[in-house]
Design a protein. Structure first.
Length: 283
């Protein structure tokens, strides 16, 4: 999501005078670094949740001296423990159950107050996970909310997983795209429909999809925020071109992933042949 920070996210964060940020999903910590640098500039603080970060958390906390609080836990366990924040970036486990309940917890944590509810950004609201679940840890999802899944790739215009190749073939993807309680965008829509609050929701088809969720009351009370949202709505006038561009980018992503798999397979074969040759020489 941090790829969209400067042009899309930051202007909205500044419009709400956002200083305290919750990041759900850190992975390598690149977005965390950018957020903490922002927090330093505005005298703010970053709360970050990730049960399995791929970086040294203690080193980060030491480096960013008091600007970062890390929760090595699942989002559904950690959210109730976090102080009030101005902005939330949701980019963790990309499935209906997790995202839907994250949003419910965020609202409850704000006492169901439309003006206290943070500005919320949700990543992966477009293909491939807008309408299809991904499970980083399938066992953490209650069985009644977990779709049948397999470690197989996804293809454009294909509801079912591909036998070979495709996007993210090394991840636990729901067998079928679409239907009830399936995917990130479906989770956002279900949450909005069931909430007692009124929302402005803008779904940008950029970089896997970025959903922007703001309470209507907060938007109406903040002219600067309304102006920034209007600019984004203007961007959507070119939605067809954006969608075509995103499809081209995803096609290239699929090609790159296929080449990476082929390269890894070739390297493994080379290493196998080298071992066999070494054994023959030794024999």
């Amino acid at each position: 999501m941090i790829a969209l920070w400067g042009q899309v996210i930051l202007p909205l964060v500044e419009a709400v005078d956002g200083k305290h940020v919750l990041e759900i999903g850190a992975e390598f910590g690149l977005s965390t670094q950018a957020l903490v640098n922002f927090a330093r500039r505005v005298d703010g603080h970053v709360h970050c949740i990730d049960p399995a970060p791929i970086f040294d958390v203690e080193e980060f906390e030491a480096q960013y001296g008091g600007r970062l609080s890390f929760y090595k836990d699942t989002s559904l366990n950690a959210i109730p423990k976090i102080p009030e924040v101005d902005v939330v970036l949701v980019d963790g486990d990309h499935n209906w159950y997790t995202v839907y309940h994250e949003l419910k917890l965020i609202e409850a944590h704000s006492d169901h107050d439309a003006l206290k509810l943070p500005l919320i950004f949700v990543h992966d609201t477009a293909w491939p996970y807008g309408r299809r679940d991904l499970y980083y840890d399938p066992a953490s999802i209650p069985e009644e909310f977990r779709h049948p899944y397999a470690m197989q790739g996804m293809g454009r215009q294909k509801r079912e997983l591909m036998p070979e190749g495709g996007i993210n073939a090394d991840m636990n993807n729901a067998l079928v795209e679409g239907g009830e309680r399936n995917g990130v965008l479906t989770a956002v829509e279900d949450y909005i429909r069931e909430s007692s609050l009124d929302f402005e929701f803008l779904n940008l088809p950029l970089y896997f999809g970025l959903g922007i969720l703001i309470s209507r009351e907060r938007l109406d009370s903040n002219p600067a925020l309304a102006a920034e949202m209007q600019k984004l709505h203007g961007m959507m006038q070119g939605e067809k071109l954006i969608t075509i561009t995103e499809k081209l980018r995803m096609n290239l992503t699929g090609i790159v992933q296929r080449m990476q798999r082929e390269q890894a397979a070739s390297q493994a074969r080379v290493e196998e042949l080298e071992r066999e040759l070494a054994q023959l020489r030794g024999g």
